[in-house]
Structure formats: C-alpha cells, structure tokens
Design a binder for this molecule. Structure first.
Ligand SMILES: [Mg+2]
Length: 236
C-alpha cells in the first residue's frame, strides 16, 4: 500500500477556470493602458501582439516557460513600437504588467475547492505546480500549500520531469508516495505518471480520456470527490 504523504496540484483549470481570469485581467490592463498609454490602443493590435510574442520567444526561447517575463517582454517591445525609448518602455511594461498580474490573481474557485484543500492539508503535504503565473498567496491559498513551483522557477514547463522532481526533492517524498492532481492529460497526468507518481485527473468537462500511454490512476469530475479518490489510491 502506498504511504501517500505528498499531494501536488496543478492550479489553472484544476482549481478554477483560467480562461475567464485571463480575459478579465487583459481587459483590466487594456483599461489601464487606455488611460496611461493611449497610443498603445491606437498602434498595437492583436496580430501585432502575436508577432511580438513570436519574435521575443525566437530571440530568447527561455521566455516560453516564463509567462510573466514573456508578457513583460511583449509589452516592452510594443511600447518601443509606440515610440518609447528602451528605458521608458521597460519601466512602463513593468507597471502595465503589475496591473495585469494583480487582476490575474482574482480567481473564482471551482465548487468545493477550499473545503477539499482544507481537508487534505490536514493530513498531507500539499504543493502547487503550475506552468502559469498564479501566485498561491495572492489567490488566497497560501495557508493550504507548503510550497509552490512554476515553470519559470525550474526553467521548463510540465510535462517535463523537472517541476515534479523539484517537488519530490523539496518535500523529501518518493514518487510512489505522491499524488499529482491536474486537468491536463499530457502536462499533468502523463508528466507525473511517467515518473511513477499517482495521478488524479480533474475531468471537469466529463469528457472521455481516450487511449493514453499514461492513464490517470483515478478520475474525478468534481473537486468534492478528491478526498475519496485519494483514499482509494491509498488503500490499494
Ligand atoms: Mg491546468
């Protein structure tokens, strides 16, 4: 029987819907830009943002794993296009990013998320593993998690093993005594599964997983079901 001691969680789309969060954060930043840098809205369109993003990643591939640094780099390049000097563009990109970042932490948890985390935190070490830039303290989950790693921290995104290894090393727990919970069958389930970590797929949309090399150990469609799924894995 596995001695489950550590449970790691993906964040975006596992504990909240990220699409609506990003839409809202981008709208908040655009409103700030309209007020403080009106030329931005006149000169920069979505297509241009895409191009600036591509060229930023081409010149510095590490940005692909650091969504915060990438967003700042794109803003800075856009401000240069708008006619700002490098230094002013840099300062402005930091300010605009801060507006985005604060709004990006305003998440609406899926039903049952907080009670589930509270219950599990009483018995297990909990860690957060994200390819994004949600901040566990800023979203209000700091009291449940004992650590968090992002792709920006480790330099590469899930499903690469680095973030999972960082979590196991940090907690001092073996893969066989760990469960990873996430919504993405590749990044989360295959990524953790290939290391021998037990996995729980949060299948909020109740879709078929199809044929997979790394099938999840357990599947839940509501977060309320997670403690029971953990018990099931523990009792195997
Ligand atoms: Mg996710």
């Amino acid at each position: 029987m596995p001695q489950i001691r550590l449970i790691t969680f993906d964040l975006d789309n596992t504990l909240w819907d990220v699409h609506s969060v990003i839409i809202n954060a981008e709208a908040t930043m655009r409103a700030w830009l309209a007020e403080h840098v009106p030329v931005y809205g006149q000169q920069i369109d979505t297509q241009q943002v895409q191009q600036l993003r591509s060229s930023a990643v081409n010149e510095n591939p590490a940005l692909a794993h650091d969504v915060s640094a990438l967003r700042k780099a794109v803003l800075q390049r856009a401000f240069v296009v708008c006619g700002y000097k490098e230094k002013a563009a840099h300062a402005l990109s930091q300010q605009a990013f801060n507006v985005f970042f604060e709004a990006r932490q305003q998440v609406v948890f899926f039903p049952g998320a907080l009670t589930m985390l509270e219950e599990l935190a009483g018995e297990f070490h909990l860690g957060a593993l994200t390819n994004g830039n949600a901040d566990i303290n800023a979203v209000g989950l700091g009291q449940y998690f004992s650590f968090a790693f992002s792709s920006a921290d480790v330099g590469v995104s899930k499903p690469a093993p680095d973030m999972f290894h960082a979590a196991l090393r940090h907690a001092g727990v073996d893969a066989a005594d760990t469960i990873h919970v996430g919504d993405n069958l590749v990044d989360d389930i295959a990524g953790a599964g290939q290391l021998g970590i037990h996995t729980i797929w949060t299948n909020h949309a109740a879709v078929s997983p199809g044929e997979r090399d790394h099938a999840p150990t357990a599947i839940v469609s509501h977060l309320e079901e997670l403690p029971a799924a953990v018990e099931l894995i523990r009792s195997r």
